[in-house]
Design a protein around this ligand. Structure first.
Ligand code: CMP
Length: 515
């Protein structure tokens, strides 16, 4: 028998040996050229091909030399060569399927699943080839089952990691490119392997986390929420002394961060500032903004801190020191006196801004200031409720409040007026004894000084000329309310205003016996 027919006898491919091997080699070389990434795998395939072909040629040579085909040596050389060729064919088919068909269709399975499919294909190819050349596979299968059980038992920990990695890749919870936080480590996933996941931190370090740990510990996928664009919220905490108006700090910080956005910050949702704690004579605030660029959180953080600090300094507010103040009474009277004097000045200032109190002399103002009570409201709080009973009159020093009224049938409330610094409200019910005519709600932080009913009435009685100004204001407000309730037009309002003012003035004078 000639050498060529011995080659065909030795190979599982039989008569197709030469054609298949030649086609396989050409295909491998072409694929290596066009697919750079698959080169490594194809290099191994070439190695297998060459070894397989060499083995088959050796087997054919042995046959030509009348070597016993039933001998153990011949059997081993031939079996191994055939299996190597089969593995090489599977590798090439795998590259074609995964890299040239599924990859462009974006259907390529995760790496671990690809490995599993290939491993199954290698086993199937081996069994097919050995079966084809008449080998008894039952002993091979039994031995491999026992070996698998033994390996599984001794490599429990490793298998746990492998299973962790597999499940992570199969359900695609974590993918390469995601930002994740595991324990104290945060970084971008660079690769997920069978046993471990590697992340690259912002400081340029690579942290290798065993998949078994990833499977048993909470993993935060930073900035991932649904299909929305990736962004994560960043918090900056700072402390301000207790006496500084909360709303003013919030307004200033929000303004500083919104007016000129910090690089790396997402424009939506807008940055905001909230009060998170009040203790030890200071208020703790948090400025919050959304980071778009997870790569760099320290840069935007630094810019934002600088902005906040500068904006607060511009309004004369500094960060509070972590101190504990010890107020010693009664020995340190001067401290108490100083703060009382300061507050008194603020009250006088507030009074001077209200036009109705303009006619008061300095002494009268001094006396009235002593009766004012500092009363702040946070945004959204109701100061007076329509229909409620009246005990106080309020003077606004800071912020804006809205006056709303519901019509007689109790329908939806309508806005009647906006009040700001220098305005006062709550006088109607105090002067007439009627329930509150409207609801007043703070729109921002509102700082007011309130005056109780008796002090207010005393002040008017002492200075009757105030009644004029008050009746004018009262008439105006009454007409606005009537207009909302009764749908009055401009002409109707004008007519009613003249009569209302005259009527109210005489009623106030009569009520307080101001003649
Ligand atoms: P009072 O009725 O005591 O309580 C609600 C207050 O809202 C009322 O006093 C007024 O001070 C104020 N108010 C009512 N109507 C107006 C208005 N049109 N413009 C401004 N303030 C008003």
């Amino acid at each position: 028998m000639d050498f060529l027919s011995n080659v065909e006898r030795a190979s599982a491919l039989g008569g197709g040996f030469l054609a298949v091997v030649a086609a396989m080699m050409i295909l491998t070389l072409v694929l290596r050229r066009v697919h750079v990434v698959a080169r490594m795998r194809l290099r191994v395939a070439i190695l297998f091909q060459l070894s397989g072909v060499a083995g088959i040629l050796l087997s054919a040579a042995l046959l030509s030399a009348d070597f016993d085909p039933a001998s153990f040596i011949f059997g081993i050389v031939r079996d191994v060569s055939d299996v190597l060729l089969a593995v090489s064919i599977v590798t090439i088919l795998g590259v074609i399927l995964f890299d040239f068909v599924l990859e462009p269709l974006r259907m390529r399975p995760p790496p671990i699943l690809t490995d599993l499919i290939l491993a199954a294909a290698y086993v199937a190819g081996t069994i097919l080839v050995l079966g084809h050349i008449g080998r008894d596979l039952s002993s091979v299968l039994t031995t491999s089952a026992i070996a698998t059980a033994a390996i599984g038992f001794s490599l429990q920990d490793t298998l746990k990691s492998v299973m962790g990695g597999m499940s992570m890749q199969m359900d695609r919870t974590v993918r390469a490119g995601d930002w994740i936080r595991v324990d104290s480590h945060e970084g971008r996933v660079t690769e997920i392997r069978w046993r471990q996941t590697s992340i690259e931190t912002r400081d340029g370090n690579t942290v290798v986390i065993p998949n078994s740990h990833m499977a048993s510990t909470p993993v935060t996928i930073v900035g991932k929420h649904g299909n929305a664009q990736r962004k994560t919220r960043h918090w900056i905490h700072f402390e301000i002394d207790h006496g500084v108006p909360t709303g003013q700090v919030i307004e200033t910080v929000e303004g500083a961060l919104r007016e000129s956005p910090v690089p790396g910050m997402a424009p939506e949702p807008e940055p905001d500032c909230i009060l998170v704690d009040v203790r030890n004579a200071s208020q703790t605030f948090a400025a919050r903004f959304w980071l778009r660029d997870l790569e760099d959180d320290v840069g935007p953080d630094s810019v934002a801190r600088f902005r906040i600090s500068a904006a607060l300094q511009r309004i004369g507010v500094g960060f509070s020191f972590p101190t504990q103040s010890l107020l010693l009474h009664p020995k340190d009277e001067s401290h108490l006196e100083r703060s009382q004097a300061q507050e008194h000045r603020t009250k006088l200032d507030a009074l001077s801004r209200v036009p109705v109190f303009a006619p008061l002399t300095a002494e009268e103002r001094e006396a009235l200031a002593k009766k004012l009570v500092y009363t702040p409201f946070s945004a959204g709080e109701t100061v007076t409720r329509q229909g409620g009973s009246a005990h106080w009159l309020y003077m606004i020093v800071r912020g804006t409040a809205v006056v709303r009224v519901a019509n007689e049938s109790g329908g939806a409330e309508r806005r009647v007026a906006l009040l700001g610094p220098g305005d006062f409200f709550g006088e109607m019910a105090l002067l007439t004894g009627a329930p509150r005519s409207a609801t007043v709600v703070a729109l921002s932080e509102v700082v007011t000084y309130k005056l109780d009913k008796d002090s207010f009435l005393e002040t008017i009685q002492a200075r009757p000329s105030m009644a004029e100004e008050i009746s004018r204001l009262l008439a105006q407000r009454r007409v606005e309310l009537d207009a909302v309730r009764e749908d009055l037009n401009e002409e109707g309002k004008r007519q009613r205003l003249t009569t209302a003012q005259r009527d109210l003035l005489s009623r106030i004078r009569e009520f307080f016996r101001l003649h």
